[in-house]
Each structure stands twice: as C-alpha cells, then as structure tokens.
Design a protein around this ligand. Sequence first.
Ligand SMILES: Cc1cc2nc3c(=O)[nH]c(=O)nc-3n(C[C@H](O)[C@H](O)[C@H](O)COP(=O)(O)O)c2cc1C
Length: 393
Amino acid sequence: MASTRDWFETVAEARRRARRRLPRPVFMALEAGAEAGVTRADNVAAFGEIRFAPPRLADLPAKRDLRTSVLGADLDLPVIASPVGAQAVHPLGEVAVAMGTRDAGTALGLSEFASRAAAEVAAVNPKLFFQVHWSADRAVLLERAENARAGGATALIVTLDWSFPGGRDWGSPAIPERLDLKTLVRLAPAGLARPAYLAGWLRRGGLPDLTVPNMARPGRPAPGFFDAYRSWTAVPPPTWADIAWLRARWGGPFLVKGVMRADDARRAVDAGATAISVSNHGGNNLDGTPAAVRALPAVAAAVSGSAEILLDGGIRRGGDVVKALALGARAVMIGRPCLWGLAAGGPSGVRNVFDIFRTGIDSALLALGRPSVRDLVPSDVILPADFARGLAE
Ligand SMILES: Cc1cc2nc3c(=O)[nH]c(=O)nc-3n(C[C@H](O)[C@H](O)[C@H](O)COP(=O)(O)O)c2cc1C
C-alpha cells in the first residue's frame, strides 16, 4: 500500500499526478481520443447524465458484498484493468499493473501489444485475460493465444472495435519508432522536463525497448510495436465466422470486446462468446460513436442471461461502476484510470486506484440500500429520455 503521503483520494488526482510526472508526449498518448475526441468526452459525460434513485432506510448488513466473478475468475470487486498496449508510463509496465490488481483482488487484461510477456505477468497475477485484435491470419492468432495460455492466461479477449484513425485534433503524440540517438536528442527537452520519469527508467537500466513479446513467432525475435501495428493494418477485419472459429479453437472463457449494438451482441453470443464488453475503445477509434454506457441498456435487454456483460469507457468513480451494474453490467473495465495510477505511483498507485473504486462502490451501495453488487437493478438509476441517442434495441 502507498504511504499516507503518496495516497490519493480521487481518480482526478491520479490524472493530475500523471500529467505532472509524464513527459507531455507520453501523457497525451494516453489522454487524447481519436480525431476531435467527441466519443472520448461523451464516455465520461454520459455517466453525469445518469442519476441515482436512493430510497431511505433500507435493511442493510454492516458490510456490503462487492465480490463477483468474470470469465471464471473470482474478483473482490467488479472492476478489472482493461487491456492497454505498451505501458511505457512506468518501467515495470504491465508487471506493475499485475501487482496492483493482484493486491486489489481483481483481474487484468493483457494486450497483445503489451511490453511484457504473458508468462511474466501471469506469474504475478494469475487472473490474466489475454487480448488480441484481428491482427493476423487465423493460424497466427491462434498460435498467439495458445502461447499466452501456456504462459498462464485463463481467458481470451478479442477486440472488435477498431479503425485506424489518423490525427488527433489535440495534437498526435510523437511516439518514436525506435530510441536511437537522433530520437533521444529530439525527445530530450520533453524528457528532461520530467526528470523523475527519466530517472525511474534509468534506475532500472534503460529506456523502453518498444517491442511486443506476445506477438513473437516461434524461434523469431519479438517484433517492434510499429512493425506489428503496420502489419495489423494490412489484415482484413474478421467475419462472425472467424470469431466463432477462434472461439471454438480456444475453448475456454471468451470475451468479445467492442460491441455497441444489440444486434451485434446477439451475433457475438451466437458465435459462442461467454462475455461481451460494451465498449468503443475509450474513444480511441471511430470518433462520433456514442458513449459506451448509452448502448448498455439495449445490449443488456438483448443478451442478459446468455453472456456476461461488461462495460468499459469513461468510468472514473465507484458511482459510475454502480450505475453500469444497475443497467445490466456484471463488471467494468478501466483503461486510463489504471494508467494514471501506474504513472502516479507504480504498483501501489494502481492499487490505490482500485481502492478508490472499492470505497466509491461501497458508498453508493449503502446509499441505494443494496447489500451486494449483484442486487442492483435498473430502477436504482434514472435515465434522461434521449439517453440512448437513438441506438436501437
Ligand atoms: C493508450 C491506450 C491504449 C489502448 N490499447 C488497447 C489495446 O491494446 N487493446 C484493447 O483492446 N484496448 C485498448 N485500449 C482501450 C482500453 O482497453 C479501454 O477500452 C478504454 O481505455 C476504456 O476507456 P477509459 O480509458 O475511459 O477507461 C487502449 C486505451 C488506451 C487509452
């Protein structure tokens, strides 16, 4: 646990600390959504439109129960670290997230674009869900998933929501292809303005190597992040038959991430998904897509009972988690809040973020008179008339 001095009380404070600590290009790589950032902003704003309907004086136990299970993993709270590529915000990267989530009693998603191998991360937190995009052909994807399973991953996530948006109106982060001398000279002013960040890396023996070990083919070195990204852009999107194929070959718990429509949720269930995540990639893809939580009621109405429903995008406090659960989610995933905690305080910063969620969820349960996260129902919240923004049932 972080010392009292380092402890922060809100996710907003974790973000402020991350901004102070990280070189600007690194902070902006986390922060900016695609293009104008409309979807990224709406993900957060939509939670502000949802209101609670708290009754007075319910019959409650002294201690509320936050436990649940997702993809076969028992969790102490219904919040999971979402898969996020190349976590160069801290030298320990995904290993630090594994430490923080393990200490918080929850699971983490590990992106195929992660900077640490699945085996190394699963050794720290065995509640590990490995995530792929449709970034290669069937055989290579399956090989990648099987390698992660051999490393200890217990579930597979396939992320469907992506396009390849170009610039960001806020300024695209200048992420280097490789850290050669020329690049280091170019980045020196941003790095030197954040000496604590630089010192953290140098203490651990060097700068990020920008390779993606979970995408290595047998007997070959791990590709570089940008080479892997470029080859992904050349792969055609999958069909539902591809998803059903991968699901059948994988066999274990299987999450389809990136569903925004009720009809697609039904297709994912038909393809054999054990879980779906209502998600728009944190606003990092097709800008103009509504907030993920706006799609949740329709998706829950379509597939509740047939698959576990998760939600990610814009969750910044325990109350947001409770709103999502009331609207039909079993648990949520957090992207940026976890990275901000990581940047602010390493493993204990991650743990700190999850503890903020734990406290906030418990407080909202108390106010709503619900003994457990599994007791939340849609009437615990109030939605404005146009909340779904026309997303069809
Ligand atoms: C910097 C960054 C990198 C991401 N990389 C991935 C990825 O590799 N795979 C994936 O499925 N989602 C990725 N995501 C999306 C997150 O898993 C998640 O859907 C999103 O961050 C949730 O929104 P939030 O940041 O508002 O919590 C990324 C998000 C960010 C901010």
